[in-house]
Design a binder for this molecule. Structure first.
Ligand SMILES: [Zn+2]
Length: 197
């Protein structure tokens, strides 16, 4: 039997010392395809780099809700939103360049995380929406990270800028608390297992 790991972070610095060796071991353990997920510009660059050197590794690139630009040093709100927008624009420009590289199969991981970050929900939403728009522009699917934020995530997915390709929910911690909306979530969750290839 062969396995496909749809979401791994071998771009993490924890693997810097023995990445090649670990990848060799997992390949020999029948994991024949791996998607290495970016979560920031730097980690996305690294995912693309790994995909270039390892035949069985593919990359996704994006800015996660926990890695959006921070502007705590701004003196007032207006200045803060200007700094945020400028930094975000620059980061998205880099993500777009990376997304056009060979073996990049989706924009991700992107989404909302109110477990780790409750203070910047609006900025998370803006970043998520802009990356859905980017994915649509490039004709790529998205890979979603959502934690304690499923309702807002669904609102965005139903909104003006809907993703045009298949979706993936690797982190769906609020799934069990959903009651009425559960049926709908199941449908979305199934997309997790659709192929990128
Ligand atoms: Zn992840």
């Amino acid at each position: 039997m062969e396995f496909f790991d749809s979401h791994a972070h071998y771009n993490d610095e924890k693997f810097d010392a023995d990445r090649q060796e670990i990848l060799k071991q997992i390949y020999n353990s029948h994991v024949k395809k791996v998607i290495c997920a970016g979560y920031s510009v730097e980690s996305s660059k690294k995912a693309v780099q790994i995909a270039k050197t390892e035949d069985f590794v593919y990359a996704i690139v994006g800015i996660s809700p926990n890695d959006i630009p921070q502007c705590h040093h701004a003196k007032e709100e207006k200045q803060e939103s200007r700094i945020f927008e400028n930094q975000l624009q620059e980061q998205l420009r880099q993500i777009e360049t990376l997304a056009k590289q060979e073996k990049v199969v989706a924009i991700g991981e992107i989404g909302l995380d109110y477990y780790w970050n409750k203070e910047n929900k609006e900025n998370q939403k803006i970043t998520f929406q802009k990356q859905i728009k980017l994915a649509n522009k490039l004709g790529l699917p998205i890979v979603i990270h959502t934690r304690e934020a499923i309702y807002d995530t669904l609102e965005i997915l139903k909104g003006e800028e809907k993703p045009v390709k298949k979706r993936n929910f690797p982190l769906l911690s609020t799934k069990l608390r959903l009651n009425k909306r559960r049926a709908k979530i199941r449908v979305l969750y199934l997309f997790c297992w659709t192929n990128y290839f």
